[in-house]
Write a protein that binds this ligand. Structure first.
Ligand code: HEM
Length: 198
């Protein structure tokens, strides 16, 4: 069997796309787990959310490690892990590095520190996945060799469309919920004033 296609460079590209897919899937599953439509599958969604997040993290570590082994555009360790120090595309490389740290922070706080941090701070940290996802999307589109291919546009476009549509659903659902809550409160208040409810 011929494994020539599995060169370091091809593996960097492949792992970049795999990480993009896994992180996008993880965010989509996490957002969907709160939607009314998926309440019966909530536990499954949360498991998929966690699993794909950690799988994405492992894939990025692989993606970044391969960069230091590549002979065409070799990266030194500090160029990978310290933002803006890369000789090749310093800003675009930094977008990948910063996004990696944000994802790491979110994943680490989810699994190990949720009780210590308290729910409100945890939630604020958790929503850093959105800027992390935006940075990784920009990184992939702007630095990647494959971005000009129609299939790459399909992958990026599909991911962006999916996340935006789920965020829009979340927004409408929470808007509807707070309107209904307000209506119920007003109805109850009116009934109490009429002496129908004590
Ligand atoms: C969350 C973290 C990251 C994700 C999701 C990610 C994802 C991607 C994606 C999707 C591509 C496009 C591949 C292509 O078009 O063929 C890519 C390319 C690239 N990434 Fe990352 N990346 C991340 C972190 C990093 C880090 C930390 C570095 C190192 C500074 C890095 C350096 C590169 C380079 C040099 C390329 C260009 C490869 C090429 O197409 O020639 N990435 N990445």
């Amino acid at each position: 069997m011929n494994f020539d296609w599995l060169s370091t460079w091809n593996s960097i590209r492949l792992s970049g796309f795999l990480a993009y897919f896994l992180f996008t899937f993880s965010i989509a599953a996490g957002l969907m787990s709160r939607l009314f439509l998926f309440q019966k599958q909530k536990q499954l969604m949360l498991e998929l959310h966690k699993l794909s997040g950690w799988a994405g993290m492992l894939t990025v570590v692989f993606h970044a490690t391969l960069l230091s082994l590549d002979s065409y555009v070799p990266y030194q360790i500090w160029e990978i892990w310290i933002p803006f120090l890369a000789g090749n595309a310093p800003v675009l490389s930094a977008l990948g590095t910063i996004s990696f740290y944000l994802f790491l922070l979110v994943l680490a706080t989810s699994d190990f520190f949720i009780k210590t941090l308290g729910r409100s701070l945890w939630k604020r940290i958790h929503f850093l996945v959105i800027p992390a996802w935006m940075l990784m999307t920009l990184h992939g589109i702007l630095i990647g060799t494959d971005s000009a291919h129609p299939w790459a546009a399909f992958v990026y476009g599909g991911g962006i469309f999916l996340v935006i549509i789920i965020l829009a659903f979340r927004y409408f659902e929470s808007h509807l919920e707070s309107t209904n809550r307000r209506k119920r409160k007003l109805l109850k208040k009116g009934a109490v004033q009429k002496g129908q409810i004590l």
